[in-house]
Design a protein around this ligand. Structure first.
Ligand SMILES: C[S@@+](CC[C@H](N)C(=O)[O-])C[C@H]1O[C@@H](n2cnc3c(N)ncnc32)[C@H](O)[C@@H]1O
Length: 263
């Protein structure tokens, strides 16, 4: 047995002696303990998740009592507003240019608009949601809004560079759940390279992580491959209702990465 944490124990069976040879006992134990602590700290209660039966860009969305439902999934609810406000604040300054990925209920888009960007491009994959976004964009008082219908993977090139990039999408299908939710350091990781490419020098890229009150070292390394600096802000006081099946915490970490690292 390697070590017993509060909730589990870990046994390590090295398949090669070289894993243990070079280090003396103390630093080896230090590294292993840190890895175990990090794994334990990252554990959150889970919930049953319905499978995504129709890809999000092909499914009919519905808004029921403030919940956006797509393909049988609860995608978001209005109680997320404080989180959406934090994302919007991170990427907006009056007269700046903003790229937002995913319209959803339009909460973050509304907060971006409050600040008054010069250009506000919103990419939305679901055609029905994009239609709603179009109506929203035509309402009085909106500034510089352009709705681009399509998956960001298909439409991003040619949109230019932005002072702020806000990423808030949801796994499109079960393949994305496997690849980006289960395997990556954080869901937004698959968007780090495109975000850096779309960011003006010194610009800010933001998203929230489901790590609740921290970001893992693996996550930090992934960020620093694409950006020069980053900060983490905790948004507290989130109040998911009892029956909310896709959320599990009252706080969430918002990441703001700055300055793309260009090759
Ligand atoms: C969680 S919602 C966005 C919420 C939004 N920030 C708000 O405040 O209401 C996610 C949105 O991303 C869209 N989406 C998912 N995958 C996408 C992709 N690859 N490209 C563009 N939009 C995508 C979904 O259709 C959905 O409308």
């Amino acid at each position: 047995m390697l070590r017993r944490a509060a909730k589990f124990e870990v046994t390590l069976n090295p398949t090669t002696q070289s894993l243990l040879d070079p280090m003396s006992a103390e630093p080896r134990q230090f590294l292993l303990d840190r890895a175990l602590d990090e794994a334990a700290a990252g554990m959150v209660p889970g919930a049953a998740r319905p499978r995504i039966d129709t890809a999000i860009d092909a499914a009919a969305p519905a808004v029921v009592d403030g919940t956006l439902l797509v393909s049988g999934q609860e995608v978001m609810q209005t109680w997320e507003a404080p989180l959406m406000r934090a994302l919007a604040q991170a990427v907006t300054a009056r007269g700046s240019t903003v790229l937002e990925i995913g319209f959803g209920l339009g909460l973050s888009a509304g907060f971006v608009q409050e600040v008054g960007p010069a250009r506000h491009v919103i990419v939305e994959a679901n055609p029905r949601t994009a239609e709603v976004a179009g109506q929203w964009a035509r309402a009085d008082g909106r500034r510089g809004v352009e709705i681009v219908t399509g998956r960001w993977q298909d439409v991003l090139s040619g949109l230019g560079r932005f002072d702020g990039v806000l990423f808030d999408t949801y796994p499109m299908d079960e393949t994305e759940v496997d690849e980006y939710v289960m395997r990556d350091a954080t869901f937004a990781e698959h968007f780090f390279a495109p975000a850096a490419a779309a960011l003006a020098d010194g610009g800010a890229f933001t998203y929230y992580s489901n790590e609740i009150d921290s970001v893992s070292r693996r996550h930090q390394r992934a960020l620093l491959r694409h950006f020069r600096t980053f900060g983490v802000q905790i948004v507290d006081g989130l109040r998911p209702p009892e029956d909310c099946s896709y959320w599990w915490a009252s706080s969430m970490a918002v990441i703001v990465a700055r300055g793309p690292r260009r090759a």
